[in-house]
Design a protein around this ligand. Structure first.
Ligand code: 5AD
Ligand code: SF4
Length: 454
């Protein structure tokens, strides 16, 4: 082994699935340079903080983490070693210069569109140059990523990035830039590679994934439905998901695909944010609450077992009790299997940050609690309704308890099952035996049960 092959890389990731994916791709890029991933910052040769800027106090959190990690760098350097400390992701993009000034300990600051330039950046940082790279390069990073990656049975594949929707509360159009779709050929090729490496499930990723419109070599534009259809033809790929989608881009082809393509899993994350038309308008969401209800109904018509999850913001400026009640009513009407919900927080540089009719913090908190209780009750009901049914489970990893494996059902429920370790990476029939608010418990149905925890 060369000296080079021993470098330790620690990446800490905040935020969305896209960031999780980006972190694993950064590790792929750095591997040929001799870096291999470790689970902690101790004695690392490089630490990357892959940050998220979407909600409140994002920058503060990054600075306190830098403060905590600095001692590892000091210790390493006291021993004559070197540690590169970097901030990546959306906080780096939005606050690059500020971090440069405020945190002299940071060697590299780079935004999400520049990861393919990491080797050059590392070279500079190794030469004791501080690097700031927050451009939106003309060349797509996707064309410059290594093809080698090993994500296991449930893999992610980034197909689209950025957003042109400009919801008034959201920083994404500013940190991730304009919407960009990869070419269908490069995506299908990557899907084949992931399948060759054992992927049974592929989740297509994008900030606005159903706005996907990739141009093929023949000049034809593919929508998401077409892409999913092609991907479903790959034998080894058994399950397909996509996230995150926008109601505006839920076109007829995509709705039909949910009925026609059995590999497309019956779980859809479709953020609505609010059930009040007045608030949706102020958010610039470009759809009404009833339009959302109609999309859900159309989808359930073609795929009756489809379950939904969503994102909600409570306490957007101007939100009255009635607006909040409209959101609660939408939740009662649609019935969600899960949801992410947040108190509105002003993000600097977004249009909503200038709005004045703010909602009091205690009112926001009360609304959030009420909403979360309703969603939790709906999720528990759904989980309970699964007890006694047989479901397919893709086992992803060992569970917390001895002899247990953890996996996901088609409805994206977490499930724990006593099962032999060799079933990791397999899709297995499981009988659901118990349900809690957050997860299911089950038993392997087939003859594999004899092998349980053997
Ligand atoms: N305040 C609160 N929540 C927000 N989100 C995005 N921006 C804000 C904000 N300023 C939430 C939205 C989005 C999710 C990823 O984060 O619900 O769908
Ligand atoms: Fe943000 Fe709206 Fe774009 Fe989603 S659709 S990333 S919430 S601006």
């Amino acid at each position: 082994m060369t000296e080079n092959a021993k470098k330790k890389l620690f990446i800490k990731t905040w935020g969305c699935q896209m960031n999780v994916y980006d972190s694993s791709r950064m590790a792929d890029i750095l591997r040929p340079l001799g870096y291999s991933s470790v689970d902690g910052p101790e004695d690392a040769d490089m630490i990357i903080l892959n940050t998220c800027h979407i909600r409140e106090k994002a920058t503060d959190k990054v600075f306190s983490e830098i403060g905590r990690l600095k001692k590892h760098k000091d210790e390493k350097e006291a021993k004559g070693g070197k540690m590169i400390m970097a901030v990546a992701g959306c906080v780096a993009q939005a606050e690059g210069d500020f971090i440069l000034q405020r945190a002299p300990v940071i060697d590299m600051i780079f935004g999400p569109q520049t990861y393919h330039e990491l080797p050059e950046m590392v070279l500079k940082a190794n030469g004791n140059e501080r690097v700031v790279n927050t451009d939106f390069p003309v060349i797509s990073k996707f064309d410059h990523m290594p093809t080698e990656q090993n994500q296991g049975a449930a893999a992610f594949l980034s197909i689209q990035e950025g957003c042109d929707k400009f919801c008034t509360f959201c920083v994404v159009p500013y940190t991730r830039g304009a919407e960009y779709s990869r070419s269908p050929e490069s995506i299908i090729e990557e899907a084949h590679k992931l399948a060759d490496n054992g992927a049974k499930e592929i989740t297509l990723l994008g900030q606005n994934v159903n706005a996907y419109h990739g141009e093929a070599k023949d000049g034809k534009i593919w929508g998401l439905a077409r892409l999913i259809e092609e991907m479903a033809k790959i034998d080894a790929v058994k399950q397909i998901r996509y996230t995150t989608s926008h109601p505006r881009d839920m076109d007829d082809d995509l709705i039909r695909a949910h009925g026609d393509i059995k590999k497309l899993m019956p779980f859809l994350h479709l953020p609505v944010q609010s059930g009040s038309d007045k608030i949706l308008k102020a958010m610039n969401r470009k759809h009404t609450a009833d339009r959302y209800r109609d999309i859900v109904a159309d989808l359930r018509k073609v795929r009756p077992d489809l379950v939904f999850s969503s994102d909600f913001i409570v306490g957007f400026p101007g939100e009255t009790d009635q607006d909040h009640e409209d959101t609660m009513q939408l939740i009662r009407d649609v019935v969600f299997a899960s949801a992410y919900s947040f108190k509105y927080s002003a993000r600097p540089g977004t249009p909503a940050a200038n709005m004045t009719n703010l909602v009091r913090e205690d009112v926001k908190s009360a609304r959030l609690t009420e909403l979360q209780e309703l969603i939790a009750a709906q999720y528990l009901d759904f989980n309970k309704s699964c007890v006694g049914t047989t479901t397919q489970v893709l086992f992803e990893r060992k569970g917390r308890r001895d002899g247990q494996l953890q996996g996901r059902t088609p409805f994206y429920q977490a499930i724990n099952v006593q099962a032999n370790e060799r079933l990791i990476g397999e899709i297995v029939d499981v009988i659901v035996t118990e349900a809690t608010a957050n997860a299911l418990v089950g038993e392997v149905k087939t003859s594999e049960s004899i092998l349980k925890s053997a």
